[in-house]
Design a protein around this ligand. Structure first.
Ligand code: GTP
Ligand code: MG
Length: 148
């Protein structure tokens, strides 16, 4: 089964959107495998956003993601990587459609509420960065027989 890493960014936590965001993925039918509220260190931020090093917004991005607590999650399900990206909406909330998380709650690209892995490789890398194996829980969700 496919896994992805999703994270409510500091703006989303401050705006009390953790519950709202959890609910969207729960109601969709995906399965939560791990979650925690945490403060990202400078080192973790640089590692997580390594692909953006050198870009004009990189320093701002690292500063922002370490500015307060984030809510890190691992979600499972068929096609969860691509589908969760669709549920998040375009990177810039200005272009994100209504009905998506960024479209409904974000205004500017630098404060776009949520992060999600963009490929299977990124998902594996990011889950490994943020979670220890023992923090992830495998279980049979009874409702899966109604979803699949
Ligand atoms: P993530 O899920 O957070 O990785 O977003 P993404 O995959 O939709 O976008 P991308 O990986 O290209 O960019 C990472 C993050 O950098 C974005 O979510 C934005 O928060 C931020 N970002 C991207 N472009 C800009 C920009 O032009 N200015 C600022 N301030 N931030 C940007
Ligand atoms: Mg990205």
């Amino acid at each position: 089964v496919e896994n992805t890493f999703l994270m409510v960014k500091p703006d989303g936590v401050q705006r009390q959107l953790i519950g709202e965001i959890l609910q969207r993925f729960e109601r969709k039918g995906f399965q939560l495998a791990g979650a925690k509220l945490m403060q990202i260190s400078q080192e973790l931020a640089e590692e997580h956003y390594g692909e953006h090093k050198g870009k004009s917004f990189y320093n701002e991005l690292v500063e922002f993601i370490t500015s307060g607590p984030v809510f890190a999650m691992v979600w499972q399900g068929e096609n969860v990587i691509e589908t969760s990206r669709q549920m998040m909406g375009k990177t810039n909330p200005k272009e994100a459609l209504p009905g998506t998380i960024r479209g409904d709650y974000g205004v500017i690209v630098g404060k776009n509420i949520i992060h999600g892995s963009d490929s299977p490789e990124a998902a594996e890398r990011e889950i490994g960065l943020f979670f220890k194996q023992e923090e992830l829980v495998g279980y049979e969700k009874l409702m899966n027989s109604c979803i699949y």
